[in-house]
Design a binder for this molecule. Sequence first.
Ligand code: GLY
Length: 381
Amino acid sequence: MLTRDPSSTGGVKKGPFLAPDVAVVGAGPIGLAIAWRCAARGLRVVVHDPDPGSGASHVAAGMLAPVAEAYFGEQELTRLLTESAARWPAFAEELAEASGADLGYRTEGTLLVGLTADDLAEARRLWAYQQGLGLPVTPSRPSELRDREPALAPRVRGGAVAATDHQVDPRRLVPALRAAATAAGVTLLPTLVERLSDVDAGVTVVAAGCGAAALTGMPVRPVKGQVLRLRAPGAGAPCFRHVIRGYADGEHVYLVPRDSGEVVVGATVEERTDPTVTAGAVLRLLRAAVDLVPELAEYDLVETLAGMRPGTPDNAPILGPLPGRADVLAATGHHRHGIVLTPLTADLIADLIVTGTPDPLLAPFAPDRFAAEEDSHGRDR
Ligand code: GLY
């Protein structure tokens, strides 16, 4: 895949820097992990981002949820999520060691719950589909759920356990990846890359989230998500340990507890691009959260935020060379799954750069599946 002698010199055009083998555009988890993995394979790597970690990962809850987020009609994506989630334990251990940081990686698992009979009926359809794929979803009676989490509302009608759906704190992950990448020799530059023609490197990797659309012409669109952060009173830990994902009077909500006392409550999914936090969304999220875990009404509301997920027409990421550009790789469009897909994306893209041979796992996610849309965009590269 490297198209020139890696020992040659050059630079980001018009700049004083030595040419890298790999330039990564975007210092979110995906871009930083790719940079770290490439540096570990002996490549010289530069990452361009004026504001690292300020995109979707700053808002994300950090659920590693290949089971709970296995949705109807997304089997290939589910396979990718499952494979990446399986790499998380080793990835987390290696990253914690390389960075000296605590990632907030937790393995208590996830409770899936339905508040009302209607909620449970809706949830059970999805759980049956997930079980049909062989995913570990174990139905549980309300009493069993409350044995695990006594803070659950007595009204909860039933649920299931997804024991292998874990979590990590994205706001700890990004600094850890920066530290590990830097220690491995990666150079982080605050450059705002507005055109791919401004970057000079053996291979350019576009890991710019929603910004990838303007850079590559790929059909990546912002999908708004509003998220709240609560804090347990008195600097204590939250009153529950599992991630809780619930259906509550028709609302879908997730509750992610952190050791710090924080609880992340998410999220809306809106086909909008404005960064406004709306009263209605806060009301719905809080009502659903308190319906499932009443004690949350006593918590401080410490943050309300809207972020943009990088969505694609089929909800799956875009991974691999742009059509007709073997030297430009996309690693974007991770939509709801950027954190769980970080280890696998990094490994597959780094291996592709080194070997020139795409892993078969990449095939369904190649950029050329959107060739028609891309042609109609006709962006400058
Ligand atoms: N994966 C959770 C979300 O996108 O809200």
